[in-house]
Each structure stands twice: as C-alpha cells, then as structure tokens.
Design a protein around this ligand. Structure first.
Ligand code: FPP
Length: 278
C-alpha cells in the first residue's frame, strides 16, 4: 500500500490581512493572484540620500525616513505570507562612506531592532542576518544576536537583513568554510556551495526589487539571484509604499517564469494544495 501523503496547505491571505486599503492599493490587490505571489523577495533599498537632498535635508534624514518604508514592506510581506524577505541594509562597500554617516546607520539599525521587536513578534517573523557580522561594532553584534534569539521560535516569514554584506565576499566565505570543513579535499558542487552560503536553508529569491532607478545588482546575492525576476522602480526608497510593493508583485505575475525552458521553476507541492484563507 502506498504511504498516505500529508496534504500541503497553501496559506492564501485575503485582503483583510492587510487591513484598510486605499483605492489604489485595493485595485492592485484585486489584480493579484494570491496563489502566485513571490516566495522570497529581495530588496535593494536605494535613494535615501537623493530623497533627503531633494528636500534640502541631511542624508541621514533619508535613512531615518527609509526605516518607515522598511516597516511597511516587512509587515505587508509577512501578512501576505511571503516566505522570506531580504533587505540590503549595509554593504561591504558602505564602509567608504563618511564616518558620521556610518555611525548613524549603525545606531539607526540598533534603534530599529529594538523598536520593531513588537511588530516582528506580532507578525511571527524570524530574523536572520547575512554578511560578515563578526566585523560589525560589538554593540551591533549584541543586538543582532539578541534579535535572532528573541525571534528564533517564530514560524512565519524569515526576515533577512544583509549587513556588512557583499556577494563576492559571501562566495569567498562559503568556499573557505567548505575548505575548513573538508580539510582541503572538497569536491565542490552547486549544492555544496549553496549549503555554505549565508542563505543556507532559504529558497533563492524569485523577485529582486531595486528602488531609485539604478540598473545595477550592486554585489547583492550574486549567487542566489541567478533566476530572479528583477523589478526596478524610479521611486526613491523613502517613498516606497504599500502600493509600490503591490505593483511590483503585479508586475512579477505578468512575467512568464521559466527555468531553462520549464515554466515556473518552483518546487511542486506534493499534493494538490488546499487553499485556506486567513
Ligand atoms: C541607500 O541609500 C540605502 C542604504 C545605505 C541602506 C540604509 C537603509 C535604511 C536605513 C533603511 C532601513 C532598513 C533597516 C532594516 C534598518 P543611499 O544613501 O545609497 O541613497 P543615494 O543613492 O540616493 O545616495
């Protein structure tokens, strides 16, 4: 007798998951197929400096305002039951910025982790950090550890914050970690490398969003975005609101997903998925 397969339950959100919607958001929401949302969304949050400059404000005001867009994006993705969201918060190249701006960004991140903890818990979000975390100031490392520990038991969306992150650095770190583990005798396959990346255990992003109009990948998730759809918007990060995010999802669904000729390379659910509302 064949073993009984357990039913895979696809949790499909309803519009009520997002609370009240503006007419624009409601229109975008109605155009979405909620069974075909991206599963892992990666975001290059760009344009904070230009946003501030346009308002004759210091650059750091743009970063502070950018935390509101981060909050909206995190909460919306969690409520739409997106499996993972990765935000590019600080790159290995960002150490070249003026010291005062770096200090501000580190302080902002620490404040952010503290002030957003209730939101993360309420939405059952588990935190991970991608990058050379051990090179960050000790206070930041402590807060990062604390945020991971406090959210370790959550089972909803995984929120990855890329901090002191570089795509090339990640590949170098993965290769070094394989060599250390296998004493120099490793046969490296794509699977071996994937298991040693910072993103081990996560699906690759299927959607990469970049704000502020630049058409670059900027050393972000070089390995993982091999098959991602890329959505670039002119909107500066502090202006990126819920309608912008829903618009990116609508655009994502217009594209035909093909992996080497196979439409939509997502792993199939074992059994027909049962669709449940919120
Ligand atoms: C790029 O803007 C943005 C960053 C360096 C990342 C900072 C992001 C935030 C502060 C958002 C908050 C996120 C978290 C998770 C705390 P830019 O300075 O490069 O802008 P520009 O290209 O216009 O100069």
């Amino acid at each position: 007798m064949l073993p009984t397969k357990s039913h895979t339950t696809l949790q499909v959100p309803t519009s009520s998951a997002l609370g009240p919607l503006t007419p624009e958001e409601a229109d975008l929401f109605d155009r979405l197929d909620l069974t075909r949302l991206p599963r892992h969304v990666a975001v290059i949050m760009d344009g904070n400096g230009r946003w501030a400059q346009q308002r004759h404000l210091p650059r750091v005001a743009g970063h502070r305002s950018g935390t509101k867009s981060a909050r909206i994006t995190i909460e919306t993705c969690a409520r739409l039951k997106i499996e993972a969201l990765t935000l590019y918060a600080f790159s290995v190249e960002n150490w070249r910025r003026p010291k005062a701006e770096i200090d501000f960004l580190m302080q902002l991140l620490r404040e952010y982790l503290r002030s957003e903890m209730p939101l993360l818990q309420k939405n059952d979000i588990r935190m991970r950090f991608l990058g050379r975390i051990h090179e960050l100031p000790m206070g930041v490392q402590d807060d990062v550890q604390d945020a991971m520990q406090r959210t370790a038991g959550n089972r909803g969306m995984v929120l990855c914050v890329a901090l002191n992150y570089g795509g090339r650095a990640e590949i170098v770190d993965a290769v070094n970690s394989i060599l250390a583990e296998q004493n120099g005798h490793a046969t490296i396959t794509e699977e071996t490398l994937a298991r040693h990346m910072y993103t081990d255990g996560l699906l690759d992003p299927d959607l990469l969003i970049r704000t502020s109009g630049e058409m670059r990948v900027s050393n972000f998730l070089l390995w993982q975005i091999a098959y991602a759809e890329i959505f670039v918007t002119e909107t500066l990060w502090p202006d990126f609101n819920r309608a912008c995010l829903l618009d990116a999802f609508v655009e994502f669904q217009k594209r035909e997903r093909r992996y080497g000729g196979i439409p939509d390379g997502r792993p199939e659910a074992e059994e027909p998925a049962r669709i449940v509302g919120d």
